[in-house]
Design a protein around this ligand. Structure first.
Ligand code: AMP
Ligand code: MG
Length: 350
């Protein structure tokens, strides 16, 4: 299969009459899969009502078939058809954060969506992305669009179209190249089927922001477990985001991390470091990459997956990473880094 690449400028104001988005939307209507940018990462979209279309997503990604997909909508009136009921707290969250990086889990209306979107579940995950291309594409397709991240399963999620092609060229009908995405980590997933909502995956909207709108929320206790036996979000049990070389998270001072590097280099290994703009120049290692600015955790989220991917084109045997505070978007950053590192930590004071 030849993968078409459509270059679309997200900032022009006549996206509605863009013939390339028309072509991409027509392919979605014909049950083909198409990747497109959102404000979080690139998504791999397909008609959420079609078994055939949704099966193509799982096949292209190599995604385990028990891992449900997020359904993307462009208009609020698309929601009614998909769910049985929208509780008050879900409504408050929708009003405050949609369009935006918040995925809301609600009880699903039976027999509307393909069962493959929600394998074995009574619920469905829905979000409205805050990206002009994603919104226009969904409007043109006039369908709810199931869309996981547009990477091969296990790889870091794509934040530019080139990453999508790295993983999926020849396996999908096309990709809308709309430049790089903004937030850089995936949406926050929150279950609103219970009286007190529960965050199942940390992401672009922080727990603090959510609490400001609906008061108390829980966090699924299994999200940072090494091998969560029964996470409420099935996707959380799979390895993700890992570069080819093993990653270690370092909890210690700059000089402690540098000592680790020196030791491995003495053993003849090539060592990489995930640093920040502020600290990059202080490390001496084979490859040092700055992942955003420590003073601005949004910029760390934005650069995280690109940094992890870049290591795959570098000659390193082991990667040490700085770590970040568990506040705001830091919770999502550390959740993804933990997965990339397979929960391997090195603590200075042990
Ligand atoms: P991705 O599309 O790859 O960003 O992942 C979507 C995440 O949402 C995965 O962790 C899924 O397991 C989770 N998810 C999707 N639908 C549901 C649902 N109905 N209940 C719980 N988690 C869900
Ligand atoms: Mg993903």
């Amino acid at each position: 299969m030849k993968t078409i690449q459509w270059y679309v400028d997200k900032d022009v104001d006549n996206l509605m009459s863009n013939p390339q988005l028309d072509e991409a939307a027509n392919l979605l209507k014909k049950n083909e899969v198409v990747a497109f940018p959102t404000e979080t990462v690139y998504g791999l979209g397909a008609n959420a009502k079609s078994d055939l279309a949704v099966a193509k997503i799982y096949e292209a990604k190599g995604r385990p078939s028990d891992n449900p997909l997020i359904v993307h909508i462009a208009e609020l009136n698309q929601l009614e058809e998909l769910v049985t009921f929208v509780p008050e707290k879900a409504n408050l969250l929708i009003n405050r954060f949609w369009p935006g990086p918040l995925t809301i889990i609600l009880n699903r209306e039976p027999n509307i969506l393909s069962e493959k979107v929600t394998p074995g579940m009574d619920t469905v995950a829905i979000r409205m992305p805050d990206h002009p291309i994603a919104l226009e594409l969904i409007r043109k397709a006039q369908l709810p669009i199931a869309a996981p991240s547009a990477n091969r399963s296990g790889k870091p999620s794509p934040t530019i179209a080139e990453h999508v092609l790295e993983d999926l060229n020849g396996q999908i009908s096309g990709v809308v190249n709309g430049g790089d995405t903004g937030v850089g980590v995936e949406s926050t997933v929150i279950d609103c089927t219970q009286e007190i909502p529960m965050i199942l995956r940390p992401g672009g909207i922080s727990k603090e922001e959510i609490e400001n709108v609906v008061g108390e929320v829980f966090i699924d206790p299994s999200i940072n477990e090494e091998t969560p036996s029964r996470p409420k979000s099935p996707g959380m049990k799979y390895t993700h985001y890992a570069p080819d070389a093993p990653v270690y998270l370092v909890n210690g001072t700059f000089s402690f991390l540098q000592d680790l590097v020196n030791k491995k280099q003495r053993e003849g290994l090539k060592v990489g470091v995930i640093a920040t703009e502020e600290t990059k120049k202080d490390y001496h290692a084979d490859v040092v990459l700055a992942c955003g600015r420590r003073s601005d955790l949004q910029s760390v989220a934005h650069s995280l997956y690109e940094t992890l991917r870049t290591f795959n084109s570098k000659d390193v045997d082991i990667i040490y990473s700085e770590t970040f505070p568990l506040e705001g978007i830091g919770l999502a950053i550390m959740n993804r880094l933990e997965k990339a590192a397979g929960h391997r930590w090195i603590h200075q004071n042990q």
